[in-house]
Design a binder for this molecule. Structure first.
Ligand code: UT7
Length: 310
């Protein structure tokens, strides 16, 4: 039995903040942001909307899409570095709001790679038959830890949530291989004090190297070749980093998911949000081989090779 995705959902705040809006409050330009990052605009949640609210809406959508009830959930995993508060966890808050009475619940802290850590954790429970249905959410309200006076970071991030229901799928579908990793020696390059602090150049170098390597590693583990890949869903941090991963896989441009221009970097939420958008647009089809790959603060990374379908 394989573990796969059986339902998907997302939630994005309505408020759009464009690069031109940022030009008015800091020393930056639309031209700099677009050429260095690919970002044109991002969504920012209002004061009354916290991380758990975004997570809840994405979760409701995923549960409905999977055609199950919240009471059937065995486990809730929420990947986030911007929980409403240190505890109770966002996952416990969701467990109550969803009425997922029998579900165990915990948050995962692996920054932008958190959703990969969540999916791979879910896979272990499903493939051992310990659990059947696991809700995995990637969610961030990064605007609340953004220093709006630091142009090095403030232009990059956005708020949002993506969710999947994972469950058993047939032998030929679901997660074929995965890779997870961490390098705590690089923790100093991207961390939260009061606000998010980043050494962009160091993270950039790490990301370009790690994204490409992880993609190649999961393909090898799955016994697949570059030409078997139908779609790449990378963490949406910076178009230049994403392009490096795409080129490493020798994939044509239209085979890579791109949402960074409209949502910025939503950390743990970026991979599931992008998956949802590709599925909604009908660009991912039954039997397609998809590579998902993420990296982030910690430093952490993770990649999955998955064959889409039930
Ligand atoms: O999810 C994981 C989290 N983080 C990332 O993925 C970020 C990885 N890093 C990056 O994406 C890139 O390093 C950045 C987009 C953050 C920066 O791009 P860069 O090409 O590495 O630029 P840089 O840091 O080398 O800065 C170039 C110049 C600097 O000016 P000087 O020192 O050359 O005079 C910066 O001060 O650009 C300046 N700069 C800006 N200018 C206008 C930095 N931020 C801005 C800005 N607007 N917002």
């Amino acid at each position: 039995m394989n573990a796969g995705i059986i339902g998907i959902g997302k939630c994005l705040p309505e408020k759009i903040v464009t690069n031109h809006d940022l030009e008015k409050i800091m020393d930056t330009s639309d031209e700099w942001i677009r050429t260095r990052t690919g970002i044109e605009e991002r969504r920012i949640a209002d004061q009354d909307t916290d991380t758990s609210d975004l997570a809840y809406q994405a979760a409701v959508n995923a549960i409905e899409n999977a055609g199950i009830n919240a009471e059937q959930l065995d486990l809730i995993l929420v990947a986030t570095v911007t929980p409403d508060r240190p505890f109770p966890s966002v996952s416990c808050m969701l467990q109550e709001r969803l009425g997922a009475k029998k579900a165990a619940a915990m948050d995962i802290s692996a920054a932008c790679a958190g959703f990969m850590y969540g999916m791979i954790t879910a896979k272990q429970f499903i493939e051992t038959s310990a659990y059947k249905y696991v809700l995995v959410v990637g969610v961030e309200k990064l605007s609340k830890i953004t220093n709006w006076e630091d142009r090095n970071t403030a232009v990059l991030f956005g708020d949002g949530a993506g969710a999947v229901i994972m469950g058993p799928v047939s032998e030929e579908r679901g997660i074929l291989a995965f890779e997870l990793g961490a390098d705590g020696t690089g923790g100093k390059h991207l961390y939260q004090d009061e606000y998010l602090i980043m050494n962009g150049r160091e993270v950039f170098k790490f990301a370009v190297r790690q994204m490409g390597e992880s993609c190649i590693n999961v393909l090898e583990k799955a016994g697949l070749k570059k030409e078997d890949v139908d779609f790449l869903v990378p963490h949406q941090a910076n178009i230049r980093i994403m392009e490096a991963a795409r080129q490493r896989l020798e994939l044509p441009e239209d085979k890579m998911s791109k949402t960074v221009h409209k949502y910025g970097n939503t950390s743990a939420a970026s991979i599931p949000i992008s998956m949802v958008e590709e599925l909604e647009a009908g660009r991912i089809k039954d039997g397609d081989v998809i590579v998902m790959v993420g990296f982030g603060g910690g430093l952490t990374w993770g990649a999955i090779a998955l064959r889409w379908g039930l």
